[in-house]
Design a protein around this ligand. Structure first.
Ligand SMILES: Nc1nc2[nH]cc(C(=O)O)c2c(=O)[nH]1
Ligand code: SF4
Ligand SMILES: [Mg+2]
Length: 397
């Protein structure tokens, strides 16, 4: 094993509100950062022979992970009284969600780089020439991630959550994880009421939610998933993101502890803290035919949070009408590909018989043709609602 390290510099401001000294003022630092990696030099005789990682690549990865975003920015906790004024002036702000101390920042940096697949050994962050904080990746992993993320402690297994249904294993039939063997946890409740919603039972009051404890939910998931080796859970609804607090935090923590990958489906208007622990988020803004179109502004806070925490996400818009297609294009202009992964799918297909399946295929083909012909939509991927083609638009599949 060999350790390699690279040093970086960046300038940033912060304000440690309620600090009992000078740091309560807005002030800046010339930060110096040392990222140490540990690995075996590559043996294969190719361009990377003898490297743990090419220093050039390390530099690019660190810059892309956070450094370019943080340089000359105000690193905010998010509670600073000055923030609204700074925002109104369009100043460069990064809302970290925790106090920007060297201790917290070095943990966050190590975690970001580790989650990107870099073999991080330690991260040292100098706030001044003579003061630094350092974290060893080993310790960070042992404690389950950065202490500044305020993970819920202790885990509340008895707290209850409103559940519509838990089912699977099935094949994720939509979006970025299409084809993935998955269990589904459908939370009860939604802040929208789409005209064509195919899971109204998850919010319209006709069917009472099951109030299950975190322990019961996890037990059911284990029962369904263990024998078939299903390690992926899709958290859907309703809108699962309307649920916040200790129970939801605990659920996510416990599922991660059991080694599950968590994919979330949400229309994008809510932005709970637990999202930074999940593995992927599908943002599915609702088009005009739903009766309550989602604006770009409404999904922006969620997009920013996911970017901030490097959580993979994509957009998925369901299309019923011409107007929906135009809506999708407008939104695509604001969040263009390939920077933002994009999927579209025909609305509510069903395939109870071969006639309906043929209709669904033809609606899908129409969308493919439109995408193929539209010079603007280079990065929009049309997908079918795969599970409905296989098993119909039924519950439990
Ligand atoms: N197989 C399958 N894939 C899905 N993708 C999104 C679903 C949803 O209802 O949110 C869903 C669903 O209900 N079943
Ligand atoms: S956001 Fe989703 S779950 Fe909520 S009403 Fe619309 S389609 Fe149904
Ligand atoms: Mg469904």
């Amino acid at each position: 094993m060999v350790q390699i390290a690279k040093e970086f510099e960046f300038e940033a401001a912060h304000q440690l509100e309620s600090h009992d000294g000078q740091c309560a003022n807005i002030h800046g630092h010339s930060y110096r950062l040392r990222v140490t990696l540990k690995g075996s030099p590559r043996e294969q005789e190719d361009a990377k022979e003898g490297f743990v990682i090419d220093f050039k690549e390390l530099k690019q990865r660190v810059k892309a992970a956070f450094l370019d975003e943080w340089d000359h920015a105000f690193l905010a906790k998010g509670t600073e009284a000055i923030l609204p004024q700074m925002k109104s002036q369009g100043l460069k702000i990064v809302e970290l969600g925790f106090r920007a101390t060297a201790e917290n920042m070095c943990q966050h940096i190590a975690w970001l780089l580790y989650k990107q697949g870099l073999p991080v050994d330690s991260v040292r962050l100098y706030e001044t020439r003579t003061s630094y904080a350092q974290v060893a990746m080993e310790d960070l992993l042992r404690q389950g991630g950065p202490s500044c993320y305020n993970r819920p402690k202790p885990v509340c297994l008895d707290e209850k959550l409103p559940v519509s249904e838990i089912f699977g294993p099935t094949i994720q039939g939509e979006g970025m994880a299409i084809g993935q063997k998955s269990l589904f946890l459908r939370m009860y409740g939604c802040d929208d009421h789409c005209s064509w919603c195919d899971s109204t039972y998850a919010w319209d009051g006709q069917e009472a939610p099951k109030h299950w404890s975190v322990e019961q939910i996890v037990q059911k998931i284990q029962d369904l998933g263990q024998s078939c080796g299903c390690r992926y859970i899709t958290l859907t609804g309703g809108n699962p993101c309307i649920h916040e607090g200790a129970a939801m935090n605990s659920l996510i923590t416990v599922l991660k502890k059991y080694g599950y990958h968590i994919g979330v489906e949400t229309q994008g208007t809510r932005n709970p803290g637990w999202l930074r622990e999940v593995d992927a988020v599908t943002i599915s803004p609702k088009p005009p035919s739903s009766g309550n179109p989602t604006s770009a502004a409404a999904v922006l806070p969620l997009v920013r949070r996911l970017q901030q925490h490097r959580i993979p996400f994509s957009f998925k818009v369901v299309l019923f009408t011409e107007e929906d297609f135009d809506y999708m294009k407008q939104l695509y202009r604001q969040f263009p590909g390939p920077e933002y992964p994009w999927y579209v799918q025909p609305g509510n297909s069903n395939a109870k018989d071969t006639f309906e399946l043929a209709q669904a295929v033809s609606r899908y083909e129409e969308i493919c043709q439109r995408i193929l012909q539209d010079p603007e939509l280079s990065w929009v991927k049309p997908l079918p609602q795969l599970h409905t083609w296989l098993w119909g638009n039924e519950r439990g599949v």
